[in-house]
Ligand binder design. Structure first.
Ligand code: FAD
Ligand code: NAD
Length: 466
């Protein structure tokens, strides 16, 4: 039987990054993945394919709506070839997952394909084409998550679907009904709306992206309504039934009246759930919490002291970069180092266009905590760069401590916000004040100037260009 210092179960961004860091630190490392390709949800059916489709559909949208204004004329009709678009997405996925194979080889990490399940705290059975068993002094559980569902919905995966199927549809829906106005619903909703589908979003809360700052929800809702999304907030879905090629969704609206929606596809995107099926966690003495997540302490150590858990399978935001940070954290902890993660500074991004990005506290969180703050906000439309590219929607909002001027939260919506948020993370990591950021030179013309202007507005209400 082969023996390892560390075995990692699951090869998503949490697992494969943990394995690389363990190998870098001199540990003999194995990684176990139940599917044939490495990379987990993120690379195979999550971050990467969804961004590939967002990018393709964005090009199409631009071609149809904006090329003419830019003075670009295309003779004849501009058409979508969905099959080709999906094939390109898959090529991007294949190339990216292939990159993980390379990284495993480069770092001398043994890869096992098959379902990993604990025999006890130091032995793992691998069931697959070549069943085997390995011994590991320490194990990192990185088994991720799977799509959540509502108890009364039967996912047929043809017309009542999750994000996984939505990434490989064979036709553009005529009317896509989306349950859940969170990240997945809005990103994939935008893909199909751009391609011509009618899109209705049914959200239980009173606003879309309800965990983000309310200002962002309001602005994104405005943009989506302009793009003729049908936004139905405060709707409690109570039944989803398929009749032939039709899907009928019934919900109670804010007044408590029953309303009915008919479409040809229904995407259920109401959150994801930790995945531990087949892991046989109890055999290793690993406890799960009431939501089925692996219970961990502040060192991400489970109830079995030689077993750690990271990423979507533990508490916290279900984000690839959060999983990666935890992977590095656990590897370094096991090597006797004293790493640190500031969860407050893990940015959240929605890759719609305009992009939405945030880090730190929202206004609601600051109010609830009784922290006095000041606000500086700057609209994207006041930037020369925005006019040049015709990306006028959105704003940057900086929340700073009323007394010390320390930046406590940055919330932005606009072109390239996903990249712009990194500046806010750096500033907050170094505990910058709004004035610090306002005094730094920002290249002109760039979207980053909105951050400088919002910082000026937060410092003493002295934005220059508004
Ligand atoms: P996962 O990526 O889920 O990987 C877990 C792996 O473990 C899987 O490959 C699974 O097959 C394997 N596994 C499970 N059990 C076993 C077992 N017993 N034996 C062997 N292998 C096992 N996050 C972002 O930060 N940015 C985005 O843009 C983004 N977009 C997303 C878009 C979509 C449509 C979805 C669904 C998710 C998106 N996410 C995004 C979330 C992101 O994918 C997850 O947060 C991330 O993948 C979590 O990483 P992980 O390593 O914890 O788990
Ligand atoms: P989510 O938590 O972002 O959104 C789910 C939405 O569904 C919420 O707004 C919630 O209020 C709503 N909802 C819940 N029950 C409902 C009901 N009965 N009726 C109507 N609405 C209901 O979850 P998601 O969009 O499914 O995404 C899952 C996870 O994947 C998220 O945690 C997210 O972090 C991750 N993800 C991240 C990205 C990104 O970083 N860009 C992209 C996609 C997914």
């Amino acid at each position: 039987m082969k023996s390892y210092d560390v075995a990692v179960i699951g090869s998503g961004p949490g697992g494969y990054v943990a394995a690389i860091r363990c190998a870098q630190l001199g540990m003999k490392t194995a990684i176990i993945e139940k599917y044939n390709t490495l990379g987990g949800t993120c690379l195979n059916v999550g971050c990467i394919p969804s961004k590939a489709l967002l990018d393709s559909s964005h090009h199409y949208d631009d071609a149809v709506k904006h090329f003419e204004t830019h003075g670009i004329e295309i003779p004849g009709d501009i058409k979508v070839n969905l099959e080709k678009m999906i094939a390109r997405k898959q090529a991007v996925v294949d190339q990216t997952t292939g990159g993980i194979d390379f990284l495993m080889k480069k770092n001398n990490i043994d890869v096992y394909h098959g379902l990993g399940s604990f025999k006890d705290a130091t032995h793992i059975k691998i069931e697959g084409d070549a069943p085997t068993e390995i011994e590991a002094k320490k194990t990192i559980i990185a088994t991720g998550s799977k799509p959540g569902n509502l108890p009364f919905i039967e996912l047929d995966k043809e017309r009542i679907i999750t994000s996984t199927e939505a990434l490989k549809l064979k036709e553009i829906p005529k009317h896509l009904i989306i349950i859940g106005g969170g990240v997945i619903g809005l990103e994939l909703g935008q893909v199909y709306r751009r391609l011509g589908a009618e899109v209705t979003v049914l959200e239980y809360m009173d606003r879309i992206i309800p965990t983000m700052d309310a200002g962002l929800s309001k602005e994104l809702n405005k943009v989506f309504k302009k793009a003729k999304f049908k936004m139905q907030v405060s709707h409690k879905v109570k039944s989803v039934v398929r009749k032939g090629d039709e899907v009928i969704v019934k919900a109670d609206n804010k007044k408590g009246d029953e309303v009915e929606f008919k479409g040809d596809y229904c995407l259920v995107s109401v959150g994801r759930r930790a995945y531990t099926a087949g892991l046989n966690a109890e055999a290793a003495g690993v406890k799960l919490d009431e939501s089925g997540r692996v219970e961990v302490n502040g060192h991400l150590q489970t109830s079995a002291s030689n077993i750690y858990a990271i990423g979507d399978v533990v508490k916290g935001a279900m984000l690839a970069h959060k999983a990666e940070e935890e992977g590095v954290f656990v590897a370094e902890t096991m090597a006797g180092q004293k790493p640190h993660i500031d969860y407050n500074l893990i940015p959240g991004v929605v890759y719609t266009w305009p992009e939405v990005a945030a880090v730190g506290k929202t206004e609601a969180q600051l109010k609830e905590a009784g922290i006095e703050y000041k606000t500086g906000q700057f609209p994207m439309r006041a930037l020369g760069r925005s006019r040049a590219s015709m990306d006028l929607d959105g704003f940057v909002k900086i929340l700073a401590d009323k007394t010390t001027d320390e930046i406590l939260g940055v919330h932005m919506i606009g072109a390239r916000a996903a990249d712009l948020i990194a500046e806010a993370v750096v500033a907050m990591e170094y505990r910058a004040s709004a004035e610090d950021v306002s005094r730094m030179s920002h290249a002109h013309p760039t979207f980053t100037e909105a951050i400088k202007e919002a910082a000026l507005a937060a410092t003493e209400d002295r934005a220059l260009h508004i």
